[in-house]
Design a protein around this ligand. Structure first.
Ligand SMILES: Cc1cc2nc3c(=O)[nH]c(=O)nc-3n(C[C@H](O)[C@H](O)[C@H](O)COP(=O)(O)OP(=O)(O)OC[C@H]3O[C@@H](n4cnc5c(N)ncnc54)[C@H](O)[C@@H]3O)c2cc1C
Length: 428
């Protein structure tokens, strides 16, 4: 279902709901929580707050969630964390359950396999769920549309954010060529890597940008029929062109690096993508390519996740390469923690210093777990030194064949370790 939310009043009327929040927001342009960015992280934060009956406005520059072929991996820890909200059941109904992660080397083929069923006593979901991120975002938007305390303000660009002396914050919004101001007790910037909110708050985004870009292409080619022993999730190391091959419900996605000498437009040409695919798995027919995109990828973490009444979450707060599938998962964990703390203050009389817990819990995870792990994964995938590569392969074989090591590795790769360490999931 396509969602259009240009005119709030119309939206409130047509939804058939009597919504005090929508009406009072129309009158006063003020709310408890304003969220800038209706991508998966902002939409989840809005949904969790609206479930608590907290007034929230979700603002996005687009008219609807765009088809976005970035994230497709949801880890067991995320599924556990979001089970009570109903989000996990929605994801399960839209995604593909993949219990095995395969590690490969272009030169030698399969190296090792990690079976996540070793986690069956630790999680209700001992598998990776493969589902395109835009499907989750659209599901959340549809739910939010029906929730009385949520207002969706789409086709609206936030151009500035100011922290107010009374403790709240104001967003300056341009919609249909006219400018308005939205006052909020708290504001969350979920507006992605180039976050306007982060820049407005003068928060540095320390780190670096990878020189190569990442090409994502989708095809319905039958890789399982054509590549011996290939699993739905596999990471193939290679010094020149490593690749990720991931099965999602409607197709397979490939992710390959694009040399800094190749322009994004060239990498998106049919010839270039055909060459990449033929190089991965030769076929006598040209591949049918259904989707493709090129992304610039960074390793950065914001200096601060909070500035008075303004918070950052998701890619606005931390970005990393996709090897390990941790960026969006980490952003969803941010949304869970931040909305829990905001709920405690807005609904249950918690102190506003409780909100400092958010940065204290999440920033170290972004640096020490998400950034560090994805950097390590990328380094292993592109290792040039044959002896280090061979040692890496031996290490993965040892880990996957030793029940204790495999179990520990599975806990880390599934992000259960980091959520346990910060008290979000119970220890076994
Ligand atoms: C190739 C690739 C593969 C990936 N695969 C995975 C994976 O498998 N698993 C995983 O966990 N992560 C993965 N990631 C990372 C993941 O895609 C991101 O972490 C995720 O999209 C972040 O979500 P977000 O909501 O924080 O930001 P975004 O998805 O970037 O959403 C930001 C939203 O803010 C809106 N916005 C921006 N500026 C404004 C403004 N000024 N005013 C109003 N609205 C604004 C935008 O329109 C957008 O809707 C991958 C990334 C890449 C590049």
């Amino acid at each position: 279902m396509m969602i259009q939310h240009h005119i709030l009043y119309l939206e409130a009327c047509t939804s058939g709901l009597t919504s005090n929040h929508k009406e009072s927001f129309m009158r006063e342009n003020s709310t408890d929580v304003a969220i800038v960015g209706g991508g998966p992280v902002g939409a989840l934060a809005a949904f969790l707050l609206a479930q608590e009956g907290i007034d929230v406005v979700l603002i996005d520059q687009n008219a609807e969630a765009i088809e976005d072929y970035r994230a497709s991996t949801f880890h067991p820890a995320t599924l556990d964390l979001l089970a009570a909200s109903g989000v996990t059941d929605a994801l399960l109904s839209m995604g593909l359950q993949c219990p095995v992660i395969q590690y490969r080397d272009r030169a030698t083929g399969p190296v090792a396999e990690l079976d996540l069923s070793v986690l069956s006593a630790d999680t209700k979901y001992p598998f990776r769920l493969q589902c395109e991120q835009f499907k989750l975002t659209r599901w959340l938007h549809e739910k939010l549309e029906m929730m009385p305390s949520a207002t969706l303000l789409f086709s609206s660009n936030v151009t500035d954010v100011q922290a107010n002396s009374d403790g709240g914050a104001t967003a300056v919004v341009t919609s249909n060529g006219s400018e308005s101001r939205i006052d909020a007790r708290y504001l969350i910037g979920c507006d992605g890597a180039r976050s306007t909110v982060r820049q407005a708050m003068g928060i540095n985004f320390e780190g670096y940008t990878h020189p190569e870009q990442f090409l994502v292409a989708g095809t319905q080619f039958d890789f399982k029929g054509a590549m011996k022993n290939i699993q739905s999730i596999n990471y193939t190391a290679d010094p020149d062109e490593w690749f990720l091959l991931l099965e999602i419900p409607d197709m397979w996605r490939i992710v390959v690096p694009v040399s800094p000498n190749v322009a994004a437009s060239k990498a998106q040409s049919s010839d270039y993508i055909q060459r990449c695919l033929q190089n991965i798995c030769p076929s006598d027919q040209p591949y049918e390519i259904l989707v493709n995109s090129v992304y610039r990828v960074h390793q950065r973490v914001a200096d601060r996740f909070r500035s008075d009444a303004v918070f950052l979450a998701g890619d606005a707060a931390h970005v990393n390469n996709p090897l390990g599938g941790m960026g969006l998962n980490g952003g969803l964990h941010d949304a869970f923690v931040l909305t829990r703390e905001l709920t405690s203050v807005l609904r249950n009389g918690g102190s506003s210093t409780d909100l400092d817990r958010y940065e204290a819990l999440r920033r170290p995870v972004a640096i020490n777990d998400i950034n560090a792990t994805t950097e390590r994964n990328k380094k292993a995938m592109e290792e040039r030194d044959p002896s280090v590569r061979s040692a890496n392969n031996d290490r993965m074989k040892r880990i996957c064949s030793d029940p204790t090591l495999a179990y520990e590795h599975a806990l880390d790769a599934s992000m259960i370790t980091s959520l346990r360490a910060t008290g979000l999931l119970p220890s076994r």
